[in-house]
Ligand binder design. Structure first.
Ligand code: SER
Length: 595
């Protein structure tokens, strides 16, 4: 009997925290805003970083949500029992509001109370931060756990690699010690003592006590406020609570797997088949969510578009073992149908999702068979046979000529007991991408959102730029995309023609004039309706919450935004436009910097 489904856990979690006075936020976009630390949102707290750093959140200090996340670090692990590229993360936050006692007490109540999950406390264990040179042992959490009835032998004390978030204690940004809850996910009798190295104990929930910020020089400084950040992976936790052997047995996947089995006429599944259907299910579910997001990512050879392309193509390659027909759209349809109930953007963007998948499937099918033939020739070459390895150049050629992303070549190599020179491939790839690359240098560095003074200045400059573009080109200008790194800002907007040198100069001059006027920057919290009435720039759709923050730069610019920004425009320095170019049909991009 299934103990709990993802639908139920999602609903119960939000109901519980609503009852405890939290405002429920809709999931933020999968594409980070004003944050170039990752290509996609990878944890529930990521869109909340400005607020964890001390910016007031328009919805208050107690928040909860289910956040869409994509983690692409180990795409090629997908196919095993637990790795996923797309997943949903449940989370609750205190922004300088409650602290350890409430947080851990609610965690325990939600997990064990018969009214909520009703888990047997005997099947639970916890871990706390053991302490190091910079931060003491988390004794407070130990005492709270004990007061809730957790016996000493079920408490483990671990270091920065286990009980610190972000893991390892090296990244910059808000962070702190954490306390994790583990569930005994096995039919074997539960041992009295908690041994964290026994993988029958599986982590289900993480409470992070974010009271520090690590600056770029590595120092740990206290944050303006003490925050709580919790995270529970939805699919994984449901699998664990049901004693499933993999996430694919949960209701987030079982319908996709059943559909694929029927479509591919599979009864008894070999281990290869299991891997194939899992990869297809995971990758197409992720693709539906990426394409269904309002951020407008489409398959391409750079950055986010490239990740999407890899996901779609890898599923097509696996599916081709079972059918020569197109199949991606039919799988996407059932995923769309299922998730439209929870994420209305999936419903809204249904046609776009299906047509983009269809185009990509057509494109890839054109080169796939020839590519596979070439691959077969490559692997019988003497140097490949001798070294057991396909070199970087050959791997790259398969990518550039036949559109085979690295994972596909790796999969094919593995099936032929060969390896791929990944480093060599990356080198080739980088060399060829350098010019057309839009992904910024800092993008893959890891760590959390950067709110260094330079980035904050660029952020305010971006608001001025948007208004100046409107002054010069007209009110059809609005932000289609924006990215900020230490080196530069990029701003994408719809406009049908190339900007003339004169227009560029005009825009640049206006921004610099506004900077010199030293306009004060402040924000006000209001309803989306009030924001619209006040003339604030923003995309007024279902995405907004009940209350939004509007940033004012003097009375020159009004824009819905989470912040942070400089206090007055002189801080921005000198603004300079570096480049203006097209980035697709009807979309222009400005790259600029401040000095
Ligand atoms: N940020 C923490 C995590 O991802 C808790 O939300 O585990």
């Amino acid at each position: 009997m299934v103990m709990i489904t993802t639908e139920q856990l999602r609903e119960k979690f939000l109901d519980f925290f609503k009852e405890k006075g939290h405002v429920i936020l809709p999931s933020a976009s999968l594409v980070p805003e004003n944050d170039s630390s990752t290509l996609f949102i990878s944890a529930g707290m990521q869109p909340l970083v400005p607020y964890l750093m001390g910016e007031p959140h328009p919805q208050g200090t107690k928040l909860a949500d289910v956040q869409k996340c994509v983690r692409t670090g180990d795409i090629d692990e997908v196919g095993d029992a637990w790795h996923l590229t797309f997943f949903e993360m449940l989370g609750n936050w205190s922004l300088g509001d409650y602290w350890k006692k409430e947080s851990l007490t609610w965690t325990w109540e939600f997990l064990t109370s018969p009214e909520w999950l009703g888990l047997d406390p005997k099947k639970l264990a916890v871990s706390v931060f053991a302490g190091n040179d910079t931060c003491p042992q988390d004794k407070e959490s130990v005492e709270i756990w004990k007061s809730l009835g957790v016996p000493e032998e079920r408490i483990a004390y671990l270091g920065v690699d286990d009980n610190w978030w972000p893991t390892g204690g090296k990244s910059t940004g808000p962070q702190g010690p954490d306390s994790e809850v583990f569930f005994w996910s096995s039919d074997d009798p539960v041992p009295d003592e908690f041994d964290p190295s026994d993988d029958r104990w599986t982590e289900i929930w993480n409470n992070v006590f974010m009271e520090y910020n690590r600056t770029s020089d590595g120092n740990l400084e206290p944050l303006k406020q003490k925050n709580v950040d919790t995270g529970m992976g939805l699919e994984r936790t449901v699998a664990v609570l049901n004693n499933f052997k993999s996430v694919y047995e949960t209701d987030a996947f079982d319908f996709i797997i059943d559909f694929l089995k029927e479509k591919f006429d599979l009864e008894e599944l070999s281990s290869e088949d299991i891997r194939a259907v899992r990869v297809i299910a995971d990758h197409l579910r992720a693709s539906v969510f990426i394409l269904g997001d309002d951020a407008g990512v489409v398959p391409s050879n750079v950055a986010r578009g490239y990740i999407l392309r890899r996901l779609i193509r890898r599923s097509i390659r696996y599916g081709r073992r079972y059918t020569q027909d197109k199949f991606v759209g039919s799988v996407a349809e059932i995923i769309i149908k299922r998730y439209s109930r929870v994420y209305e953007e999936i419903d809204r963007n249904k046609n776009k999702i299906l047509s983009e998948l269809d185009k990509e499937e057509d494109k890839f099918r054109k080169t796939l068979s020839t590519g596979l033939k070439v691959f077969k020739k490559i692997i019988i070459q003497p140097e490949v046979q001798e070294s057991g390895m396909i070199d970087g150049q050959k791997t790259f050629d398969l990518f550039s000529t036949f559109g085979f992303p690295l994972e596909i070549v790796k999969d094919l190599a593995r099936e032929n007991s060969l390896r791929v020179d990944e480093e060599g491939f990356e080198k080739e790839f980088k060399r060829h991408q350098e010019k057309s690359r839009t992904a910024s240098k800092g993008m893959f560095k890891g760590g959390l959102v950067d709110h260094s003074p330079q980035v904050i200045k660029m952020h305010t400059a971006t608001h001025l730029l948007q208004q100046a573009l409107r002054d010069v080109l007209g009110d059809h200008i609005h932000q289609k995309g924006s990215r900020i790194t230490h080196e530069k800002l990029t701003f994408d907007f719809p406009h049908s023609e190339k900007l003339s040198d004169e227009e560029i100069k005009k825009v640049e001059d206006i921004v610099n004039e506004k900077i010199l006027q030293d306009l004060p920057v402040h924000y006000e919290i209001m309803t989306p309706q009030e924001a619209k009435k006040s003339g604030a720039i923003g995309v007024f759709d279902e995405r907004y919450d009940k209350q939004v923050k509007v940033y004012f730069i003097g009375d020159y610019s009004k824009e819905i935004c989470g912040g942070p920004h400089v206090k007055s425009t002189k801080e921005v320095g000198k603004f300079k436009i570096l480049k203006e170019k097209s980035v697709g049909s009807g979309i222009r991009r400005i790259e600029a910097t401040v000095e």
